[in-house]
Design a protein around this ligand. Structure first.
Ligand SMILES: [Zn+2]
Length: 237
């Protein structure tokens, strides 16, 4: 009887994903790093896209590592670019398979199953292209609900949003650049796009400006797993 009870607890724990190594970030939500550390993160969504390779050259020139939230559809379209991003030492992350509009899809009766499939398909595509097994998720449009954290957690994902992003808005490039530079501070998570419909060459110019500003402010751009301390914990996946 007691044995059965113990077994039940173990199974329930596994089902809930609570059996992960202590300190696992799975199911945890982050939107900012430590404000007391002189570090911040550059993140790029919806790729790989047509500026990805130019962006890699720019980051390499500055000796900087960033994080790329990729969409399964584009990963299958441009597997070489995924491989290059991973090979250059950047963090490759999951941005779902088809970038659905979750305020709507989230209302479907089988929304949990849809999300699970969206995460698993993107993960498989990224792994096939680059050998990387993703452990960091950003939902399309930053969609965040308790059930999303649960599904992500069960699949071993930490969820990361951002502190500032505006490259999809109608701001002029001048104003946009100024706002991005203001947002470069300790613990910041900067969002831009290197793929999808929101891509413009201006994102390369803004990245260059941000990197100059970071140097001036003495801030180091790091990968999200370093900014948020996810690296050791992710190894448990
Ligand atoms: Zn997106």
């Amino acid at each position: 009887m007691k044995k059965n009870l113990i077994m039940c607890v173990v199974l329930l724990s596994l089902a809930a994903g609570t059996c992960r190594a202590a300190g696992s970030p799975a199911g945890k939500f982050y939107a900012e790093g430590d404000r007391k550390k002189a570090e911040f993160a550059l993140t790029y969504d919806d790729g790989p896209g047509y500026i990805t390779e130019d962006l890699l050259k720019l980051l390499e020139k500055h000796g900087v590592k960033a994080s790329f939230f990729m969409v399964g559809t584009y990963v299958r379209q441009y597997p070489d670019r995924v491989k290059k991003v991973a090979g250059a030492g950047h963090l490759v992350c999951n941005h779902t398979d088809t970038h659905m509009f979750w305020p709507k899809t989230g209302k479907a009766p089988d929304h949990e199953a849809i999300l699970k499939r969206e995460l698993e398909r993107a993960e498989a595509a990224i792994e096939k292209a680059s050998g990387v097994r993703t452990t960091v998720l950003r939902m399309p449009n930053g969609y965040d609900k308790p059930w999303v954290r649960q599904v992500a957690g069960r699949l071993g994902y930490a969820i990361v949003n951002w502190t500032y992003g505006s490259d999809w808005t109608r701001l002029s490039e001048e104003k946009m650049t100024a706002e991005y530079l203001k947002a470069v501070k300790p613990g910041a998570i900067i969002l831009m796009h290197d793929g999808g419909g929101k891509v413009k060459e201006k994102n390369l110019r803004i990245t260059e400006a941000i990197l100059q500003e970071a140097k001036k402010k003495g801030l180091k751009p790091v990968r999200l797993d370093d900014l948020l301390g996810l690296r050791a914990a992710a190894a448990a996946k």
